[in-house]
Design a binder for this molecule. Sequence first.
Ligand code: ATP
Length: 579
Amino acid sequence: MVSYRSVALTTLLATLQPRSMFAFTPVASSAARRTALLRGASSIYSISSTARFMSTTDTAEEEKAAPTVIPNPEAYEKLKMEELVSLCKRRGFIFPSSEIYNGMAGFYDYGPLGAELKKNIKDAWWKHFVHGREDVEGLDSSIIHNPTTWKSSGHLDGFSDPMVDCKETKLRFRADQLFYAPVVLKESGERVGYVLVQEANDEDMMKDAKKQAKKLLKGTDNKGAEIEAFAFRDLTEATEEEMSEIPSPASGKPTLTMPRDFNLMFQTNVGAMSDEASVAYLRPETAQGIFINFKNAMGTSRAKIPFGIAQIGKAFRNEITPRNFIFRSREFEQMEVEYFIPPGDDVWEPFHKQWMEDSKDFLTSLGLREDLMGWDVHEGDGLAHYARACTDITFRFPFGVQELMGIAARGNFDLTQHSEGSGKNLDYFCDATKEKYIPHCIEPSLGVDRLFLALICSAYAEDEVGGEKRNYLSFSPKIAPVKVSVLPLLKNKEPLVKAARELYDKLRKRWNVSWDATGAIGRRYRRADEVGTPFCVTIDFDTIEKDGSVTVRDRDTTEQIRIPMEEVIPYLSKQIDGY
Ligand code: ATP
């Protein structure tokens, strides 16, 4: 089966509606996902359940104590994707992969600051969902599984996207990311041709469609004629007759093939022989590694349902058109939980709701801007036949509103499939009810790289300090790649440097801290702001000659306070870690 996504269409249609429809209220959408369409059947067990949510520890309290990020909405509205990509490269967050060999489409390398930010995101997730809960344990499975895994899970037969080829230019496109509309004259109702636009932000898609329509009208002697509003549909819905008139985005002529399925799994060979028997796949998601370890992980942790297994790791998808920077790449990381629950029609819903809330709370606790987030409820075609529900948390990136993460109630499809495929019993025995069942599960699934991008977008800020424009990243201290920058007022005054160095050595036992001794203090502050360092500590003559106090400067407010040297660590701990 294929994935026919209509997120972009939803986005495009939303140009006519206020943005608030994407706020944290349910947005009904017919968006379908490839994962939602994997084949399979679920058998529904019906026992009543006394399942309750497990309590979290006081991590939540710690998170609340962290300072809030100051967003700068105006700056983000003007931000273009090219600027963001260039900023990420300039400041050492993300580089094109193997750039010295002209790069590799769909692959990226994370630079010194990017590696730190990514690690902080993963650590925060692990702390929140694994260490912070009594009912979730971690796992780290291999990337390559026995290939039967993918047969059972349905990926071998169904993990595909619809693809079209341009016969003239030989370029490939994802059919569900292309939108076509007839150009119909208002006066006569005559159709003079079609426009076809690629998925982008609303404004750019509309601009492109209008430009194409103008050209079409000119070429058909209808220059300046009024036309009906565009009725966009994604290319997977085009008939052969329509396709014979729809222009290719590459050639501008009707040279596209009809859509066909393209499996997204990367294939490799294991061992010395490259024959059929050695074929294996790089995992396209981390979730299946959890399902195939269900018995092992449950048994060794002596867990009782409801219980979750969490995993962070690389996933690989041979995306037809990797686009929008790290939003859709061919190698990425996922953070997933399979939260196993008892079966029953009335059981899953409160768990699903709770995971939606917990996911939202986690994201906002990292400083993700709530005003850019929304819900996208899958319904109808967008929902797999075995799934009870699936809701995405969306984010408004510069290229439009897109899925950031999904929270699915998947029934017991996966464990049932693996039990059948392996011939192994994957039942759970409930001590309390003395019943055996294959557990159902809730699956919150979040991409590290997508969250990384959303966090950079949320942190992007501009203001004016001392009459000068300032460009900075207002990361929450919790995820900021560098937490503190230590600055000796002068680099050639030995006692100053010595005192600063001592503090620096102490601080870096706890956090990632930078040392900056060159240039005017103002310039050094600006350098720290640019990479999102929340605090600068300056050691000056008062520190060594007078009262032993230091200056601590806050990145967002630029306010400076004077505190005794021995209070620096307790003060920063409160600001950074929340305790
Ligand atoms: P999309 O519809 O955008 O392709 P999906 O619905 O196929 O995404 P899932 O299979 O549900 O995505 O994967 C879970 C999460 O993994 C996504 O919400 C996203 O955060 C991340 N993800 C999926 N594909 C990619 C990719 N190609 N690049 C980066 N992150 C990805």
